[in-house]
Write a protein that binds this ligand. Structure first.
Ligand code: BTN
Length: 222
């Protein structure tokens, strides 16, 4: 793992309804260590935003949830969205380096130009590559704990009925190792989470704006 605490406690499940639901249930009865990661090879009832389903071909993509204790107020909970979405775009931005250093001498470097579509969809071009579902456990004005669920399309080549979906493989032509992807994502998300923990909210705000897909701001269209 390219991370110090996210994913160090890895709960790997062959099949589960939803990793978010599993994590929320786990937290009712115990206090999983921060960064605990629930990973499913298959989700039978993956949940998306606004009550939608999240469909993902078994063993082709990443579907996982991270347990966090961000110590935010309800008003600040948007920062968790920024942390996770920037972590994912940071990872996507690193892919071109990976390609240019490929041992088989792939000469072409591809810029994936990842963008965040508010509130928390990750797009490359006009196609969605990842979705985020953050579920917070609130106590009064405080976020006591959070589950950050991520669906990241890696090697799936066809998305029936989902014209706007895309995967890393469709974009690059390469087959990606799921565990390397997971490790890379965890490392990038952790780095952003540490920015939040060290109160670099201004930096997160700025970078989020730079990456915004549908906000007409300077730097957003670079
Ligand atoms: C969306 O784009 O609507 C959000 C999709 C979030 C999907 C992930 S997959 C892992 C985790 N478990 C779930 O049931 N949902 C999230």
């Amino acid at each position: 793992m390219e991370s110090l605490f996210i994913g160090q406690n890895l709960i790997e499940l062959n099949s589960v309804d939803s990793t978010n639901s599993y994590a929320l249930e786990l937290m009712k009865n115990s206090l999983p260590v921060e960064g605990s990661l629930i990973y499913a090879h298959t989700q039978t009832g993956g949940r998306g935003q606004r009550g939608k389903q999240w469909q993902s071909e078994p063993n082709s993509n990443l579907t996982f949830s991270i347990v966090l204790y961000p110590n935010l107020t309800v008003a600040e909970q948007v920062y968790l969205t920024k942390v996770v979405s920037l972590g994912i775009t940071d990872y996507l931005d690193s892919i071109k380096e990976f390609e240019s250093r490929h041992p088989q001498g792939v000469s072409q470097t591809k810029s994936l130009k990842a963008r965040i579509k508010w509130p928390n969809d990750i797009y490359v071009g006009d196609k969605k590559i990842a979705g985020i579902l953050i579920e917070n456990n609130l106590k009064g004005e405080q976020v006591v704990s959070s589950v950050a669920g991520i669906g990241f399309n890696v090697n799936q080549m066809k998305f029936d009925g989902l014209d706007s979906a895309v995967s890393l493989r469709m974009l690059t032509g390469f087959d990606f190792g799921l565990s390397e992807c997971l490790s890379g994502l965890c490392g990038r998300i952790e780095a952003r989470y540490l920015q939040l923990k060290t109160n670099k909210k201004d930096l997160l705000d700025l970078d989020f704006l730079k990456k915004a897909y549908n906000l007409p701001v300077a730097g957003g269209q670079e």
